[in-house]
Design a protein around this ligand. Structure first.
Ligand SMILES: Nc1ncnc2c1ncn2[C@@H]1O[C@H](COP(=O)(O)OP(=O)(O)OP(=O)(O)O)[C@@H](O)[C@H]1O
Length: 228
C-alpha cells in the first residue's frame, strides 16, 4: 500500500447556517510512506483542522480520510481510538508533559496507552530517550529541563510505541530558532533512520528545510508549494 495517509474531497464545516465556517474544502492529499510533509499557511487557514482529521481526532463534514488504506473519518469512536493509539503519535506546541513525572515516566505513560506489553517498556523507554538524545535527563522532571529538552521528551513519548505516522502541530513554535533547528533535525532523523512518516504544521523556516514536501493552505484549500 503506497500511501500512509490519503484524503478524498475532504471538507470540514464548523457551525451552521449564517455562522458556518468552511474550515476545509475539497482537500485531495496523498502522502507517501517515509516522508516528512509540512503544512504551512496563515493563521486560520485550516492547518490544525486538517491535522486533527488526518489523526482521527475529528470527523469530516464531507469526503474521506484514510490511514494506511482504512477510512477513519466514519469509523466508530472505539475503532478510531484503537488505530490512533497503535499507529500514530502526536506532538503539540506546548509539549503536553506531566509536570510531576520524570522524562522516563512521561514516556512510560505513552506506552501504557498503546498495546505494548509491560515487559518491553523499559527497553522502549531507553531506546526512545536515546533516539532524541535525552538519556541523561531520564530522571529529570519537565521543570528541570530546557524547552528543547521538554520537546525532545514529548517526541520520545510520541514515538516509543513505534507509530507509523507522527503528527505534530507547530512543534517548534515555543522554542528559540537555534533550539527549533535542533528539533527539526530530530524529526529528520526519525524519517531517515526509523523510516517514520511525519506530517506537521509550521511557520518555522528551519522545519521547512528538513521537509520532503511542503503544502500551503489558504482559506481551507490546499496546493503544493515549492521547497524554500
Ligand atoms: N471548533 C471550532 N469551531 C468553530 N470554528 C472553528 C473551530 N476550529 C477551527 N475553526 C475555524 O476554522 C478555521 C481554520 O482553523 P484552524 O485552527 O484549522 O487554522 P490554523 O491554520 O491551524 O490556524 P493557526 O495557525 O492560528 O493555528 C478558522 O477560521 C477557525 O476559526
Amino acid at each position: 500500500m503506497p500511501f500512509i495517509t490519503e484524503t478524498k474531497d475532504l471538507g470540514r464545516i464548523f457551525g451552521s447556517g449564517s455562522a458556518a465556517v468552511h474550515a476545509l474544502q475539497g482537500i485531495d492529499l496523498q502522502v507517501e510512506k517515509g516522508k516528512l510533509l509540512v503544512l504551512r499557511g496563515r493563521s486560520g487557514s485550516g492547518k490544525t483542522t486538517l491535522l486533527n482529521l488526518l489523526g482521527g481526532l475529528d470527523r469530516p463534514t464531507s469526503g474521506e480520510v484514510y490511514f494506511q488504506g482504512t477510512e477513519i473519518g466514519r469509523l466508530p469512536n472505539r475503532n478510531r481510538t484503537k488505530i490512533r493509539r497503535q499507529g500514530m503519535g502526536f506532538i503539540f506546541q506546548s509539549f503536553g508533559l506531566f509536570p510531576l513525572m520524570s522524562a522516563a515516566e512521561n514516556v512510560e505513560f505513552g506506552l501504557r496507552l498503546s498495546k505494548v506489553a509491560a515487559r518491553e517498556w523499559k527497553t522502549r523507554i531507553n531506546e526512545s530517550l536515546e533516539l532524541v538524545g535525552l538519556s541523561k535527563r531520564a530522571h529529570h522532571r519537565p521543570y528541570e529541563m530546557s524547552g528543547g529538552e521538554q520537546q525532545r521528551c514529548a517526541i520520545a513519548r510520541a514515538v516509543a510505541h513505534r507509530p507509523q505516522l507522527l503528527l505534530a502541530d507547530e512543534p517548534t513554535a515555543e522554542l528559540d530558532s537555534k533550539t527549533g533547528r535542533k528539533i527539526s533535525r530530530v524529526f529528520r532523523k526519525l524519517v531517515e533512520e526509523e523510516g517514520m512518516s511525519i506530517i506537521m504544521t509550521t511557520h518555522d523556516p528551519s522545519v521547512m528545510e528538513v521537509a520532503d514536501i511542503v503544502y500551503e493552505l489558504e482559506d481551507g484549500t490546499i496546493r503544493q508549494s515549492m521547497l524554500a
